[in-house]
Design a protein around this ligand. Structure first.
Ligand code: DGJ
Length: 715
């Protein structure tokens, strides 16, 4: 029997056992909670005989597997010396455990490279985090080519991977693939978290669905380039690696210098994908959103972008503010177009001074008007960018990030500033700080509207070196500095919509702009993808114009409301274009949202399994005292009658009053005149067990129609 030393981390419902092999530490077990940590038994059940035509001892899947250990998968680390290859081989140096936290030091004694791992199991939320730090203790420089945040073996029963694809204005589109022999790889080189490759994966077995089955969820907290790899090895074993995607030359470590990987977060759920989300949500709520302002009720937003675009006019905006206040808006956000010369997207970025032609006395008259109407004021900025047509660029053309060996790449007529330069950081800090000092700005919408195509710097000798990693760190430093000076100012992370959205940016921001698309139908899918990792309160979700400006599709107010209702709600449409009925609907919807936002922003999300023509989910109070269930018909059914809605998650022993909360008017839910069930059940009392097990026969719904039910536990 093998007697490797072992260490255990216990979560609320999961256990992790880490064992030490000759090639370093590896995760021996991670799954359902083991009451008794009989590590000897675990080890004896792991014995694998020598396979034909194979090495005598199979290389373990260590936290950082190396080629020299005989591992044929992706090495967890790759390092180059000055013109030679470092043949790495790590041995355990020391390990310490404090509660549910392990610090492990491994050494490559020949090459003088040290690895330090930090493994933490958040007991309450059952969430594992792993960080890997690589230190160069040799006397010469080395180049880190690849470093995974952690390599995690997974049970061979895992058969499916869900990853997230998409594009601008259609983010978080989930795609599920069967695991195959070989590698599944996702890579992002866009210099921000990206619209198209969210750094998150869901891995599960065949029996797993939203409410049941075993699954693992992973997320890399990093707002720059990243990779994810899941490989089934020819010997049948399965592993996952995620980490920062380094460009060669980007991570050169001199003597004594270290590289810290982004944090890899993971969780195991024996209660389906809903279990994964509840763990991520709980962790985000209690460990990431810790600023005091995040504990207050999230104010309903009005955002000027889709109402006026660049046509800002102080008088008109004041009138809009009056309209906004009259329907119950609590925060008025002035979007792009307020600074010098900014009449379109070709000019002005970088010149963060108020445009005196639009605002002759600065922003104070508008802000005072907004405040006098009882609303907070928020302002849009895009600090990381410059338009070539700007004073800043004319003065400092060398402040941008670009290749000196390839043509400049413009995107949305702008260039990214090199935030790694101290003078750029200083300039941006001073501009933003000055705005926050002068004006009563409670909220910044921090936008970022292009990828970093050429994250390259030139040194004095004209030599190029990539700075993607440093640039991401520099962005964090800039935001941290602003937050340190103005801790109560909230910041929204927006990058052309949901292009920068991860746990690391969320540590320093307060909500995210989920997508530039306010198309309610697309939003349902985007928000569903988003919901696997992030809770509703950080999900900026706006009621847009009737005809969506991105897709050209038209949706009625009822539908737009029902979709925006379940996030951090806002309105982004020209309020003067609403007819009186729409205005009253909107006003009532905002009132309803306010009445239920506490539940939406703290409750447990349950996604329900439905036919493909519908999307349904619930938010249930942790104590099961109240719940909201939403069912939306997204396409035409093939059956003449829809199925049932099962109110999963309610307390089986209790009774609930069932109310249809939305829409107010049910006349046009379908095109037929026959009586629906809604009139018969509204306000009635049902037992939890009947609601859960028997469910409700749904009425016929046209595509683009939603029902929101509110259930209140009866004493
Ligand atoms: C992209 C954002 O996502 C939009 O909401 C808006 O702020 C525009 N930029 C402004 O340029």
């Amino acid at each position: 029997m093998n007697n490797n030393p072992t260490y255990c981390l216990q979560g609320a419902n999961s256990s992790l056992v880490l064992s030490i092999s000759e090639s370093g530490p590896y995760i021996q077990y991670w799954g359902s909670r083991l009451k008794q940590m009989n590590t000897e038994q675990l080890q004896s059940l792991d014995f694998r005989q020598t396979a034909p035509a194979s090495a005598e001892h199979e290389a373990p899947i260590c936290l950082t597997p190396t080629s020299s250990s005989g591992f044929f998968g992706q090495p967890g680390i790759q390092v180059l010396g000055d013109g030679f290859y470092l043949d790495l081989n790590f041995e355990l140096d020391r390990i310490s455990q404090q509660d549910n936290e392990l610090q492990i030091y491994c050494l490559d004694r020949g090459n003088h490279i040290e690895i330090k791992y930090l493994l933490k199991m958040d007991t309450v939320h059952d969430l594992l985090s792993i960080q890997t730090e690589v230190k160069n203790n040799s006397q010469s420089k080395v180049q880190l080519i690849h470093c995974s945040s952690g390599c995690i073996p997974l049970p061979q029963t895992i058969t499916k991977i869900t990853s997230f694809a998409g594009r601008w204005a259609n983010e978080f589109i989930s795609q599920t693939t069967d695991i195959f022999s070989g590698s599944f790889v996702r890579e992002n080189r866009r210099g921000r978290t990206s619209h198209d490759s969210f750094p998150g994966l869901l891995l599960r077995n065949n029996q797993c669905s939203e409410p049941v089955g075993q699954a693992y969820g992973f997320h890399l907290g990093w707002s720059g380039n990243h990779f994810a790899r899941v490989e089934r090895l020819p010997d049948g074993r399965l592993y996952l690696q995620m980490g920062e995607l380094l460009t060669p030359g980007e991570m050169v470590l001199s003597q004594g210098e270290s590289y810290q990987s982004p944090l890899l977060y993971g969780c195991f759920s024996a209660s389906g994908l809903n279990g994964i989300s509840q763990k991520f949500h709980g962790f985000v709520r209690q460990r990431i959103l810790t600023a005091p302002q995040q504990q207050k009720l999230r104010p309903v937003h009005y955002n000027t972008w889709e109402a006026v675009y660049f046509k800002q006019d102080q008088q008109q905006l004041m009138l809009l503010a009056e309209q906004a206040a009259s329907i119950g808006i609590e925060r008025f956000v002035l979007d792009d177009g307020w600074f010098i010369g900014r009449r379109n997207d070709q000019v002005g970025l970088g010149d963060w001074q108020i445009d005196q032609q639009i605002y002759p006395q600065g922003l104070n008259p508008l802000i005072e008007k907004v405040n006098s109407l009882g609303m907070e004021f928020g302002l849009w900025i895009e600090p990381e960018m410059v338009n070539p047509d700007s004073s800043l660029y004319r003065q400092h053309p060398n402040w941008v990030l670009q290749s000196n060996n390839a043509p400049e790449i413009l995107a949305r007529n702008q260039l990214p500033l090199d935030l790694t330069r101290a003078e750029v950081q200083e300039y941006l800090f001073e501009c933003i700080d000055a705005l926050l000092v002068e004006y009563n700005i409670r909220y910044l919408k921090w936008d970022m509207n292009r990828d970093l195509h050429q994250p390259i710097q030139q040194n004095k000798e004209g030599k190029s070196f990539p700075v993607g990693h440093q640039h991401t760190i520099a962005l964090y430093q800039l935001i941290d500095r602003i937050k340190a000076n103005h801790p109560s100012v909230e910041i929204e992370s927006c990058a052309s919509g949901g292009g920068r959205l991860d746990f690391e940016i969320l540590k320093r921001t307060d909500r995210v702009w989920t997508s530039d698309s306010n198309d309610a139908l697309d939003r349902l899918k985007i928000q569903k993808g988003f919901s696997y990792f992030f809770p509703a309160e950080v999900m900026g979700s706006h009621i847009g114009p009737k005809k969506c400006h991105i897709t050209g599709r038209t949706f009625d107010m009822d539908f737009r409301v029902s979709v925006a209702f379940f996030g951090h709600m806002g309105v982004e449409a020209n309020l003067f274009e609403l007819d009186e009925t729409e205005k009253q609907q909107l006003k009532y919807a905002i009132k309803l949202h306010k009445a239920h936002r506490q539940l939406i922003h703290t409750g447990d999300l349950i996604r329900l399994e439905t036919v493909q023509t519908a999307i349904s989910f619930a938010i249930i109070a942790t104590e099961r005292t109240e719940a909201l269930f939403c069912y939306t018909q997204i396409d035409t059914d093939s059956n003449s009658m829809p199925g049932r809605l099962y109110f999963l998650g309610l307390d089986l022993q209790s009774c609930y009053q069932l109310n249809l909360l939305w829409p107010l008017n049910t006349d046009d839910l379908n095109c037929i005149q026959t009586t629906t069930i809604l009139e018969k059940i509204d306000g009635k009392t049902f037992s939890g067990e009947v609601l859960v097990n028997h469910g409700l026969q749904l009425p016929i719904l046209n595509p683009g129609k939603s029902l929101i039910f509110y259930l209140k536990l009866l004493p």
